[in-house]
Every structure is written in C-alpha cells, then in structure tokens.
Design a protein around this ligand. Structure first.
Ligand code: 6PG
Length: 247
C-alpha cells in the first residue's frame, strides 16, 4: 500500500478531518519538542482548509506561539502577486491567526535573486528545524497537493530538481510554465515525520487510479514522495472515483 488513503464525501469533510490531524500533530510536536514545524501547500485545494483552520484556531495564542510556518514551494513573484502561495496563505490563514510574524517563513522575496532566496531558505531550514541522520531538515507535517500531471510542490515531470536528493531546497525553471519556481526537494519532503497529500476534483481521478494501480512503477514526481514518517492521502470522492472501492 502506498500510504494511507482517506476518502471524503466532499471538501468540507476533508478539511474537518485534516483540522483534527493538524491539531494532533501540533500537540504531539509541541509536547515532545517544544515546537510545531509545518510546511504549507500552494495551489487552490488547500485554500479552503486554511480558511477553516483560521476560523477554528483564531484565538489559540498558545498553539500559534509554538507553530512555525514554512512553504513547500513558491512561485518567483512578489509576495503580493496574485500567483504567490505566500499571499494565498496570508489571506486565508496567516493574517487571521495569532502566529508571530517571525514564525512565518515566506520562500521568495523579490528583492533577492532566485539563487539568494534558495541559499537563504536552505540556511533557514538548517538553522530552525531538527535534522535527521543525513542532515536533512525534519518537518513535523508537510501538506502537499498534486497536479493532474503528477507534479507536487514545484517538482514537475522532466525537470532536473527531481534528482536533487541532497540540497533541502532548490530552484527550477519550469518550461511548461515559462516561470522560475523554488521548491523543497525530495530530500526534505522524505525526511518529514508526516506528509499529507490533498487531492480533490474529478480532473485528478485518472492519474490517481493510474498511480494506485501500480504505485511502484514510478512515472510521476508525486510517486517519489516516500517519507520516513507517515504518508496520508486525503481525497475527495470525485478524485477517488476511479479507485477500487472509490466513492
Ligand atoms: C503550487 C502547488 C502545486 C499544487 C498543485 C495542485 O505552487 O501550485 O504547490 O504543487 O499543489 O498544482 O494544485 P491545485 O490544488 O490547485 O489543484
């Protein structure tokens, strides 16, 4: 089995379950290590979860005082650009909860070059996160999405960053988007204690069925997500509709 599949009737049910998982992970990390280090996914699917999380934890000063927020990937655009994952997370979540500003770590600052942003984030990850035996930064929770081409974070098919298993973060020019991206690498994703992949909508049903029919036949970047810790797939019924026993 490639991770644990959780299928939900709709996105609200998925978000509710993820809220409970977030709280569990945060409580355990804070109790055991005094901090909760979490990496947020970009794109559209998690936006609704961030809004639900903001509503549910808006007054939880203690929880957010011990939470550190990072990003799985970022588009190399200004932080107030409509395409910025940081802007999306700030609008949906970070501006609505009492998280200390110094605990929020945007991945891209337009005043720096792409290379300087990568070097700065690599230093941040090494300085603020626990490391595993290979020196990789260890997140308590990593949220990821999946594109209908099987990419995750900014790890797109056919790009060189897929083979980066040493550096914790790297930049990649993505031809199909004609754009620069910065992304956590598989070295970091796979060092995590827990990875949750959120997939919703019928456009993802075909590729999910293909992936789960032969998980070890690695054809898509998402299939290289093999964390040391737990891997959970949070799927809505539409995305899971072609899976055995899918909705
Ligand atoms: C990004 C995301 C990306 C996203 C997938 C799925 O920066 O776009 O990190 O990997 O998770 O493209 O996006 P949707 O949730 O919008 O389908």
């Amino acid at each position: 089995m490639y991770g644990n599949q959780h299928v939900f009737e709709n996105l609200d049910a998925l978000y509710l379950a993820l809220l409970s998982q977030w709280r569990q992970n945060a409580a355990a990390a804070i109790a055991e290590r005094g901090a909760f280090h979490v990496s947020l996914a970009g794109g559209n699917t998690p936006r609704g979860f961030y809004a639900a999380l903001a509503q549910d934890t808006a007054n939880e000063v203690d929880l957010w005082r011990q939470t550190h927020v990072y990003f799985g990937d970022e588009r190399c655009v200004p932080q107030d650009h409509p395409d910025s994952n940081y802007r999306m997370a700030r609008e949906a979540l970070l501006s609505k909860v009492p998280v200390p500003a110094e605990h929020v770590h945007p991945m891209y600052d337009a005043v720096l070059s792409v290379e300087e942003n990568v070097a700065q984030y690599a230093r941040l990850l090494q300085d603020t996160l626990p490391q595993d035996a290979q020196g990789h930064p260890v997140f308590d929770l990593v949220l990821l999405g999946m594109g209908d081409d099987g990419h995750t974070a900014s790890l797109f098919p056919g790009t060189g960053i897929l083979d980066e298993y040493h550096q914790p973060v790297a930049a990649q020019f993505v031809e199909k988007l004609n754009a620069w991206r910065i992304s956590l690498t598989f070295a970091t994703l796979n060092a995590a204690r827990h990875v949750v992949i959120l997939v919703a909508g019928d456009t993802k049903a075909d590729i999910l069925a293909e992936i789960f029919s032969a998980p070890e036949d690695v054809r898509y970047p998402i299939q290289r997500v093999r964390p040391q810790g737990r891997l959970d797939w949070y799927l809505d019924a539409a995305a899971a509709s072609l899976l055995p026993g899918g909705a």
